[in-house]
Design a protein around this ligand. Sequence first.
Ligand code: BES
Ligand code: MN
Ligand code: ZN
Length: 464
Amino acid sequence: MEIKVSNDVKNQKTEVLVIGQFEGEKTNNELADKYAVEKDHFEGKFGQTYLLQTLGNAPADKILIIGLGQKDEFDANKMTEIAAKAVKKLQQIHAKQACFDLDVMFDYGKSATIGAYIADYAFDKYKTEKATRVDEITFGNVSQEQVDEGKIFGEAMKMTRDLANEPAAYATPTKLAEIAKSIEGIKTEVYDRDEIERMEMGAYLAVSKGSAQPPKFIHMKYTGKNPKKKVAIIGKGLCFDSGGMDLKPASSMLTMRDDMSGAACILGVMSALAKLEPEIEVHGLIAACENMPGQNAYKPGDILKAKNGKTIEVDNTDAEGRLTLADALCYACELGVDEVIDIATLTGACMVALGTVASGIMGNDEDMIARLIHTAKESGEKFWELPLYPEYMSSLKSDIADMKNTGSRNGGASAAGVFLQEFVSGVKWAHIDIAGTAFLEKPQKEFISGSTGVGVRTLLNYLK
Ligand code: BES
Ligand code: MN
Ligand code: ZN
């Protein structure tokens, strides 16, 4: 779908003219006021829609009115939802083209563009019959710059969603490395198995051993003009998580191609940074591999040595994400950055706690966590803080190594968090658990089932 900008949408000949109505107020269109509001008592409740045939009485064939809800409650995130709602409705009526004439859009051009992108998304690459799409929409009352920024965000989310939706047979560690290398404006270094071994990333390496797919440690770097800050962002990159020797049951394994959603998020973010050009230095890191059983696979009871020298007894091979992240965190802490953020589909426990609605966030710096939670809220995402009390480490005590990789099932998201903290030193750090939010089994609000691209909007706004 192409998004255009025009300052004369009112008089443009169009298939559908999309307008808005706040609850209890009039629209900006006489015809709509006369038929929908006065005669049919359309109320303008949030998300309600009304389709009006103009029968030759207007330049538009049809007018689509979207309820905007209470005026004093309207904000950027509502704009995203409304734009998504409108595009979904246009798809439903098989409209190929539309003009948007919403006065509120003036303040929210970026949010509206993102909403349109979210709704336009379908993963239909492998389907013979493609999804119904709108070819072109034109926004009135909007600044070109806001729409352009929205497009960069929208494209980044699409890239992330596509990658996480792709089967594991396509999105292999090697493929992720290729994609990282192809991002314009980003310098990428890829380390192979030998180099991973040389860097003494014993935890990450162990996880990768059962798979025929070789691991790839990916280091992307964006350097803006006069960088004011240096940040490393790490994405969990398990291209497939079968559980390993502690094999998952079939039903839990079904969606485990999404276990690289963190990595996909980082790739989306890095691709957008080069276009947004913020004054910052960003390192994007992915320890990509698969977790498979096999004759070379790591086993329960193995003792692994991470990059910082700490030893880990493997209690469960299905707690592999934290092992790959442990070495990536050590690597990040050696880069001399101010902040490290990791984003990972890490624990089923986080999904039990927060469902598919909110991502869990933990870390060692209250101010940084507060800023991330705030940015998420402004970006249309929900982050909820979970604690990192030292007591959670007690279940990870090992008799034969410095720690085990799992312990009690209870408080699993926090236990994973304190485990990761063992590999963080000398930097501000936040960990975002997206196990519940990265991939939907059924549609939720403006999202269809499958990957949501969670984290992209928040990280981009945060880095900006
Ligand atoms: N990738 C999973 C976590 C996950 C679960 C993501 C559900 C998305 C949806 C992770 O590697 C895992 O298997 N975690 C285990 C940890 C356990 C063995 C301590 C879990 O949560 O069950
Ligand atoms: Mn696992
Ligand atoms: Zn996993």
